[in-house]
Design a protein around this ligand. Structure first.
Ligand code: SR1
Ligand code: MG
Length: 401
């Protein structure tokens, strides 16, 4: 019988059941519990515990001492505290858009939350060519509320600095600094380049000195701009979805960083789905995704400006023209981060299934070329992206090369 008070160890399925019985009052005493480890992400262990009698279920997410994708990444299990705290905070800032957090255990480095098994992971759903007409509205609300309401625009500056302190997340930030901003832009041994794309990557990305200079500027902005409490890894694998509901999960990369980092990740990952649909889907899926990308940007802008007027507490934030200046800088970062994400998921260590699932090598190389063409355009010309239409046009043009 395992003890859950003496010290941390990574649990197996039976131990997750024992933990549930010993530490959580969630199920009745006569519950008949089953457990399955269902994690398929790069970092953690995810247990689904179900009471066979009542059908009630919970999720236990435990942080291991190293990443699942590779034990090269030694990571503090404190990321689990960060995840449980930010989910509770986001539930207040954007109610209904994150799972309910039931319990955090600082010894076992695990958190217990609502089971969202009636939803599906958005990346997989989009690859099955499903459409979610409410998604742009939902995600733009989530981002506008969590990003604006944690910024200096809407918070007392001392209170905000307290949050900056408690969400210092050096190890997970280092992963993004390396995997997003640095390694994809040179011939780094840790990259994982598809053989059919290697020549294009070398000429188009690695040999472009102007591009590497821009990635350096962006990396230093990522490390220094404590603008908003960001999710930090807001791709379509971090979103659970069904027709009428969108839930954002997995915020363990959260820290105070550039607001455009989250918006850019959403845009880039919708572009991966768009590129997948170009080669595998019906044309209305391509149109749906282009429309959704455009709506995400335009709705985010509209909601961000409205929230600014209702919530700004800083005198200078109300000076004429400042909110437009500030929003413009977020859109610029959105374009840049969309570009970085498009490149790093093709060249770097961590790929996306939207592209790797394309079996025919020539087709995959074409899909990768589209992503890299759009990615470089977004990085180099980031100042030019001001509307959803600007993003949609660049995507169409990249797909046409
Ligand atoms: C070592 S972790 C690799 C990637 O998985 C996460 O989801 C992040 O996107 C990270 O960059
Ligand atoms: Mg994740």
């Amino acid at each position: 019988m395992a003890v859950f008070t003496d010290g941390y160890f990574t649990m197996n399925e039976d131990e997750a059941i024992e933990f549930t019985k010993a530490k959580l009052g969630f199920f009745p005493a006569d519950a008949e519990l089953t457990c399955k480890e269902i994690g398929d992400g790069n970092l953690n262990y995810v247990f689904r515990v179900v009471d066979v009698n009542s059908g009630k279920s919970i999720i236990i997410k435990q942080a291991g001492p190293v990443a699942r994708i590779s034990d090269e990444f030694k990571l503090s299990p404190d990321r689990n505290r960060i995840e449980s705290e930010i989910l509770s905070l986001q539930d207040k800032l954007a109610p209904g858009f994150v799972p309910k957090m039931y319990h955090y255990d600082p010894i076992m480095n695990c958190c217990v939350m609502e089971d969202l098994s009636d939803h599906e992971i958005m990346r997989g759903a989009l690859m099955k060519h499903k459409q979610f007409p409410l998604f742009a509205d939902h995600i733009s609300t989530f981002m506008a509320q969590t990003l604006l309401l944690t910024s200096d625009v809407a918070m007392g500056h001392k209170e905000k600095k307290e949050l900056v302190k408690s969400f210092i997340n050096p190890e997970l930030c280092e992963i993004s600094e390396d995997l997003v901003y640095t390694e994809p832009f040179y011939d780094c041994p840790r990259n994982d380049v598809f053989p059919g794309s290697r020549d294009f990557v070398r000429e188009f990305i690695w040999e472009d000195r102007k591009l590497s200079l821009e990635t350096a500027k962006l990396k230093f902005e990522f490390m220094a701009n404590a603008q908003s409490l960001i999710h930090g890894d807001l791709h379509t694998g971090s979103i659970f979805i069904k027709e009428d509901s969108t839930k954002v999960i997995d915020p363990e990369f959260a820290f105070y960083g550039p607001a455009g980092y989250d918006v850019g990740n959403v845009v880039a990952n919708l572009i991966f789905a768009y590129v997948n649909a170009l080669f595998t889907g019906p044309s209305d899926q391509v149109e749906y995704l282009e429309r959704t990308i455009s709506e995400v940007i335009d709705l985010f802008k509209e909601k961000f400006l409205a929230l600014w007027d209702e919530n700004s507490v800083e005198r200078t934030a109300r000076y004429e023209g400042f909110r437009e200046y500030y929003l413009d800088s977020i859109l610029r970062d959105t374009a840049a981060v969309a570009g970085l994400e498009l490149c790093r998921r093709i060249i770097g260590l961590a790929h996306v299934k939207d592209i790797t699932s394309i079996e025919q090598p020539e087709t995959r190389a074409m899909a990768e070329k589209i992503c890299l063409t759009a990615g470089k355009e977004f990085i180099l010309n980031r100042e030019l992206f001001k509307t959803g239409g600007d993003f949609a046009k660049a995507i169409r043009q990249s797909a046409a090369v």
